[in-house]
Design a binder for this molecule. Structure first.
Ligand code: FAD
Length: 294
């Protein structure tokens, strides 16, 4: 991957400068991620509304700039060399409308807030609604796909399409929107009466290392083997450390940043875990964590 240059930054500023939103050039990405790791983007654009988001992506495509949409940055690892392109941040898209049995929310709405309005099974998952739909975020109690009524997303043609649930290609921690990179603008959700959120949050505090920066579970659970956390724990890797990246003692499928971890430390630890788990159990772990730009 190329390193960031100011040439790309200024070209993006020229292309997007008239759109309603904030634009920052040569912007460090670490503060926009829960891992607190990574280099700079050529430019970061925070649109004030869905139309500006759609127009920014359309223009980035038309001018051949690499681009990506970032929600809460709670599932991504940004490489140390950053992202040579445009990062579109959804945090300005927080529209919120409640009808009888439909909750209409903008892609940048905070998932923890939405969870308190009839999506209790997602309580404790950080990030945005758009990110949760893209990742089909979930817990042992179910995934967001169970309550999606429709998703409004931008097609490569520049048109906005309203997807029915069966068109969303939801699979375990994945969706069409992530696989073919369709920016989610707005989501219709069906709230259901559910359990109280507080006990679910307490359960997480007991089982996850919430005191340190991380990006949640690093590996997908294999379909035909015990969960990734079990395999990593039984490979004796809790506490394994490279630089400031460490395998959590509390939850073996979490890698935490002790303060100054670099993306290269995290990736080296990922490879060490994979090699050891494969050697002991014959299972090759695949990443749930998304490495930006790959
Ligand atoms: C402490 C901790 C606990 C976690 N626990 C869980 C858990 O229990 N279950 C779970 O599923 N996940 C969990 N996660 C992971 C993460 O919070 C979820 O995957 C979350 O839904 C990601 O949302 P985000 O907005 O942060 O997405 P981001 O990290 O910003 O993006 C993730 C992916 O979604 C894409 N994306 C983001 N927004 C959009 C959009 N509007 N349109 C199209 N694509 C978009 C990005 O391009 C990227 O590919 C946890 C993370 C942490 C740090």
């Amino acid at each position: 991957m190329a390193t960031c240059t100011r040439d790309g930054s200024w070209a993006l500023l020229r292309v997007l400068g008239d759109l309603p939103g904030e634009i920052r050039v040569n912007e460090p990405l670490a503060p926009y991620t829960t891992f607190r790791i990574g280099g700079r983007a050529w430019a970061m654009f925070r649109p004030y509304g869905p139309e500006a988001l759609a127009e920014a992506v359309v223009r980035a495509r038309a001018h051949g700039f690499p681009w990506l949409v970032l929600g809460g940055g709670s599932k991504v690892l940004v490489p140390d060399q950053g992202f040579p392109g445009l990062v579109v941040l959804t945090s300005g898209l927080t529209g919120w409308h409640e009808e009888d049995d439909l909750l209409r929310v903008g892609a940048g709405a905070a998932l923890p807030k939405v969870a308190r309005h009839g999506l209790a099974k997602l309580a404790g998952i950080p990030g945005t609604v758009g990110g949760a739909v893209a990742m089909n975020a979930g817990t042992k109690y179910g995934a967001i796909a169970d309550q999606v009524v429709w998703v409004r997303a931008l097609l490569p043609s520049g048109r906005v399409h309203t997807f029915r649930p069966e068109e969303c290609g939801f699979t375990y921690r994945d969706s069409l929107f992530r696989r073919v990179r369709l920016p989610v603008l707005e989501v219709g959700l069906r709230p259901v009466p559910g359990p109280a959120v507080e006990p679910l949050l307490a359960e997480r505090r007991g089982s996850q290392p919430l005191n340190l920066p991380s990006a949640g579970c690093v590996f997908r659970n294999p379909t035909d083997a015990p969960p990734a956390g079990w395999l990593i724990d039984h490979a004796g890797l809790k506490g394994a450390r490279i630089g400031d990246a460490v395998v959590s003692e509390r939850h073996a499928n979490f890698i935490c940043n002790l303060g100054r971890a670099r993306a290269s430390d995290v990736l080296a630890l990922v490879e060490r875990i994979r090699a050891r788990v494969e050697q002991l159990f014959g299972v090759w772990l695949t990443l749930e964590l998304e490495v930006v730009g790959e």
